[in-house]
Design a protein around this ligand. Structure first.
Ligand SMILES: [Zn+2]
Length: 394
């Protein structure tokens, strides 16, 4: 099976039936293409291990038949193994502008920028690799330029989804409309490869527009400092936080190197045009508390991220105190409960109010509007515990 014959083959080397480490091979007329080359972060069952990379032995033995690596988007579980493994494959890596920019920065910082050729493909463009004709199809996702791929082959048309969601108000980029997607289906699809996290979740994922309105409602009128933590790669959320800063008369301070990188690449790719000017942490701490909005890395309890250091009072510049607010604007990834709970408790012990996707840790009767923000289930922590792992502040 190492040489595809008169047949069409799909061979996932990672990511199928598991979260992370997405690597998919398509084979046709003696050639292979690879879709995504991701990695995953190790869990406590692998003590001492930080990253887990896919096993590419099969395709490394057949690399003369591999035509290229095609990336759907810029999340680590889709491109994180490129710096470590793509050099040995000796084929170009194809990506849309934002993903390509992100990858080039990663390769440069890891010292691999000469070893791996990154080719930028315009959004919505079509290109050919041997018997495969590949078209990028923009879908909404929590990072700019989430893409599905329409792959034309002599045997039929394939639709490889990548990660996706449907968002009526995406606020960043122009995802395909239902009509455009329906047209692809109507044109005839031989096989659909669904490669999206949460694909079995029956609930709608909500839109960025809803988040923007709800966050504005929460921050409006607050007297203390507000810090929002989210996934660094979620540039649309960073845009939302910048919008909230503008609307509430707060200055924006970004804390965390991965956020700096995303903002730099997003701006270079034409996004985040309305982000307010950024101030540094020293200046932010010199302002009245109600005049500053922080956005920080560390929403999953990562020990070395900015929020962990702030919560532990180990950050060189930033201190939060009673009356301040931390908003976790992100879903908690299963497995991170303990680390995130430790963060919540450290913040609440300092009198900082915490709002998560599920609950807020105050007993204030004020309920922020919007579907993503809800009060404690019992209304008062003294009567009923929060659903989140954090203790209530009062
Ligand atoms: Zn993704």
């Amino acid at each position: 099976m190492t040489i595809p014959g008169d047949e069409l083959l799909f061979l996932p080397l990672g990511g199928s039936g598991e979260i992370g480490m997405n690597v998919n091979l398509f084979g046709c007329q003696g050639k292979w293409i690879m879709v995504d080359l991701g990695m995953t972060f190790a869990d406590p069952s692998l003590p001492g291990v930080e990253l887990v990379l896919p096993d590419l032995t099969f395709i490394e033995r057949n690399r003369d038949r591999l035509l290229g690596v095609v990336l759907t988007h810029g999340h680590e579980d889709h491109l994180g193994a490129v710096p470590y493994l793509a050099g040995d494959l000796k084929v170009p890596v194809y990506a849309t502008p934002f993903t390509a920019g992100l990858l080039r920065e990663k390769l440069k910082s890891d010292g691999f920028d000469d070893a791996i050729k990154v080719k930028t493909v315009s959004m919505g463009a079509t290109f050919e690799l041997g018997p495969f004709k590949i078209r990028y199809v923009h879908l909404a996702h929590s990072i700019p330029e989430g893409n599905a791929l329409v792959i034309e082959t002599p045997y039929g048309r394939l639709f490889h989804t990548g990660d996706w969601k449907l968002d009526d108000e995406p606020l960043m980029g122009k995802p395909s409309t239902p009509e455009q997607l329906t047209a692809i289906g109507d044109s005839g699809v031989l096989a659909l490869v669904g490669d999206s996290t949460n694909v079995f979740n029956r609930e709608a994922s909500g839109s960025e527009g809803e988040v923007r309105r709800a966050m504005l409602e929460v921050v409006k009128g607050r007297k203390g400092r507000v810090l929002v933590t989210t996934f660094a790669s979620n540039a649309a959320r960073v845009d939302t936080i910048g919008h909230v800063a503008n609307e509430t008369g707060r200055q924006l301070c970004v804390v965390g190197r991965s956020l700096d990188r995303i903002i730099r690449v997003a701006k270079a790719s034409g996004y985040l045009k309305h982000l307010p000017p950024l101030i540094d942490p020293d200046e932010a701490m010199s302002l009245p508390p109600q005049s500053v909005l922080f956005v920080a890395t560390g929403c999953q309890g990562e020990a070395r991220a900015a929020l962990a250091r702030i919560a532990a009072k180990e950050h060189n510049e930033i201190r939060l105190s009673k009356g301040d607010l931390v908003i976790f604007s992100s879903k908690q990834i299963p497995g991170n409960e303990l680390a995130v709970g430790v963060l919540h408790n450290a913040l609440v012990a300092q009198g900082v109010e915490v709002i998560t996707e599920k609950a807020r840790t105050c007993t204030s009767p004020a309920t922020p509007a919007g579907p993503n923000w809800r009060p404690c289930t019992g209304g008062s922590a003294r009567r009923s515990p929060c659903r989140s792992m954090a203790r209530c502040a009062t």
